[in-house]
Design a protein around this ligand. Structure first.
Ligand code: TYD
Length: 425
């Protein structure tokens, strides 16, 4: 049996409201029209734009055309990316693909914008077909939905958040599901006669894939010398992944569990200056073993993306390299702690130990002790380089000397690429 699921884009797959509303405001201002409040503006999300400018802003057809042009000028460069993927959408798309369903998009947004949005979020590969008007002409939704379907099908659903989607679906002769998480109201969707009303993505998932297990999540880690800007990049990557629609669980080492936090205190207590390097290594590994079993594995099972601030590589670099215990030996000690729970991808913030030191000291002259510490960090850096050559496929290395925003963009792009490959693999 061939089942097809056709999705609307704005308000169904992506929360594009912010970008759309900013562009509507821009267009109204350009035409010297008053800009209404947010509540009224929300009516613009979903229906054909020209229709909205005519019915919600009282324009005639000619003025509405000019408004659409002004809107699109800003949308194509900025508005398109003021956007995010709804939580739960990525796992649902993966589950539909796993079932072998035909999955498509039918939207009133011009095709070039739709393709760019889907590409930007790494979603394009999920779809058998993406349909939208080639130019600014407002095509009927039913026509778009029909074009999104294959020649032969047994069951088909249209999923959308506005009455146009539901009415279009009914006209095209498919079943319809109202996406209650979008920009339409429950009354609007039910009033349009949807066959099923889904208040959230979980309800739609239960309708389309009843009782099915969520696909496994992904494990990511971030590494770098002290002073590489890791904390900032962890924040920015978490934010970027959430915009891409991933359910991110962030954790740090050592710690993250009751036992792990107790171990962290043992490790960081200045009174424990007599702690041997081997003891230190085993304590890091013990905290890690607990984190893997108590936090990381259950989160991956639940389909989440785990982003860990430091993992095994830190022990290999700091204890193996810095403390001279040997990278191979430290990795061997950690094998039992980790087993096969290794990151799919590890971001390495690449900075020389000299540059990292300069950042740590904010350009002041290092004293004797700090110089000694510098040789420690030189060994840590060398060990990281060894790890990169040992496992080139896992690491994503970025130049950490660049401005933080630039690094963040590069990291987000590289990591999303790895994740989308794994999602489709
Ligand atoms: P860091 O992530 O930089 O924490 P903070 O932001 O609190 O400074 O890590 C703290 C230190 O712990 C860092 O110098 C590296 C060290 N460390 C190890 O030596 N081995 C390990 O296995 C881990 C996880 C960390």
């Amino acid at each position: 049996m061939r089942r097809c699921v056709v999705f609307d884009l704005d308000g169904t797959l992506t929360a594009s409201g912010e970008g759309i509303l900013n562009c509507v405001r821009h267009a109204l201002k350009e035409l010297g029209r008053p800009v209404p409040g947010d509540e009224q503006l929300r009516a613009f999300i979903g229906p054909p734009l020209k229709w909205s400018f005519m019915h919600c802003a009282g324009m005639d057809a000619e003025e509405a055309d000019r408004a659409v042009a002004a809107y699109r000028a800003r949308y194509g460069t900025v508005g398109l990316y003021e956007n995010s993927v709804y939580p739960g959408v990525r796992p649902l798309l993966r589950m539909l693909r796993r079932r072998g369903d035909w999955v498509a998009v039918a939207t009133g947004k011009p095709l070039r914008f739709t393709s760019r949005v889907l590409e930007h979020f790494g979603l394009l590969r999920f779809f058998d077909r993406v349909i939208g008007p080639e130019d600014s002409a407002d095509a009927g939704k039913a026509e778009l939905i029909r074009a999104a379907l294959p020649e032969k099908w047994d069951e088909a659903w249209m999923v959308g958040d506005r009455r146009f989607d539901i009415e279009g679906g009914r006209e095209a002769g498919v079943r319809t599901a109202g996406a209650g998480w979008g920009y339409g109201t429950e009354a609007e969707l039910r009033g349009a006669g949807c066959d099923f009303y889904a208040p959230d993505v979980a309800a739609l998932t239960e309708l389309l894939c009843p009782g099915e297990r969520r696909p496994r999540g992904f494990f990511l880690s971030m590494e770098g010398l002290d002073g590489s800007g890791k904390t900032t990049q962890m924040d920015l990557l978490t934010e970027a992944l959430r915009r891409d629609g991933f359910d991110v669980l962030r954790c740090r080492e050592p710690g993250g569990t009751v036992i792990g936090e107790a171990i962290r205190e043992l490790l960081l207590d200045p009174a424990h200056s007599e702690m041997g390097d081997e003891t230190e290594t085993l304590l890091y590994a013990a905290s890690r073993a607990q984190l893997v079993r108590e936090v990381i594995r259950p989160a991956l099972e639940a389909g989440r993306v785990v982003l860990c601030d430091r993992f095994v590589d830190s022990s290999a670099a700091y204890q193996g390299g810095g403390r001279r215990l040997g990278v191979a030996d430290v990795l061997a000690v950690n094998r039992m702690a980790v087993r096969d729970t290794m990151p799919l991808c590890t971001v390495y913030l690449d900075i020389t130990h000299e540059a990292a030191m300069k950042r740590r000291l904010a350009a002041s002259e290092p004293d004797r002790l700090e110089r000694q510490a510098d040789s420690f960090h030189a060994r840590v850096e060398a060990a990281y380089r060894e790890l990169l050559t040992r496992d080139p496929d896992r690491f994503v290395s970025v130049d950490a000397a660049k401005p933080p925003e630039e690094i963040a963009q590069e990291v987000a792009k590289l990591v999303l690429h790895r994740l989308t490959e794994a999602e489709n693999g």
